[in-house]
Design a binder for this molecule. Structure first.
Ligand SMILES: Cc1cc2nc3c(=O)[nH]c(=O)nc-3n(C[C@H](O)[C@H](O)[C@H](O)COP(=O)(O)O)c2cc1C
Length: 166
């Protein structure tokens, strides 16, 4: 039977959801039984053989990831876990340092040690944002537009196939 993989993601404006969907699609294409689900609607991790966690970075922190890891600590400690963060640090130092994002991602999933991690460029569309977020974006001068690198996402997902179903 194909390994069941959950791609659990957080998202505020949808760009991380798109990346999570692309990862699930690639894993499914490789023969795994993979689904992407907003982590807010994940009740139990029972029955999953591996988990991919993903979250956008806001003000230096991966959104909603640490509480999810704490809530499901037991189940997550028994399966291979991969983790990715989405942000604009990969395309602009104005949005933060890549090394800080890496450290924040490790911190959010600790004490888990992921079988793989990645940081992907995200997307910023001020016309869809609330006033406060728009003000922050203007203040730091973060680059707007869709910077998602679908080939990099697919390549990482292909790397996960053997690591999640080993
Ligand atoms: C208010 C605000 C703060 C942000 N802070 C960071 C940050 O600290 N580091 C980073 O790399 N990207 C940062 N970003 C960029 C987001 O992570 C990026 O737009 C991401 O693709 C959003 O994902 P979502 O559409 O799934 O919510 C920020 C964006 C906003 C609007």
């Amino acid at each position: 039977m194909a390994a069941r993989i959950l791609v659990a993601y957080a998202t505020k404006y949808g760009s991380t959801a798109g990346i999570a969907g692309a990862i699930a699609k690639e894993l499914a294409g490789a023969g795994l039984d993979a689904t992407a689900v907003d982590l807010m609607s994940v009740g139990s991790l029972e029955g999953y053989d591996g988990v991919v966690l993903g979250a956008p970075v806001y003000m230096g922190r991966p959104l909603d990831l640490a509480p999810f890891v704490a809530r499901h600590a037991d189940a997550l400690s028994r399966v291979p876990v991969a983790a990715f963060a989405v942000g604009l640090a990969p395309v602009s130092p104005k949005a933060g340092q890549l090394e800080q994002v890496r450290t924040a991602l490790s911190g959010a999933v600790a004490p888990l040690v992921p079988v793989a991690t990645a940081i992907f460029p995200g997307a910023l569309d001020p016309s869809r944002m609330g006033l406060a977020d728009r003000a922050v974006v203007r203040l730091i001068g973060a680059p707007t537009g869709d910077h998602r690198d679908w080939e990099a996402v697919a390549a990482w997902a292909r790397e996960l196939v053997s690591r999640l179903s080993a």
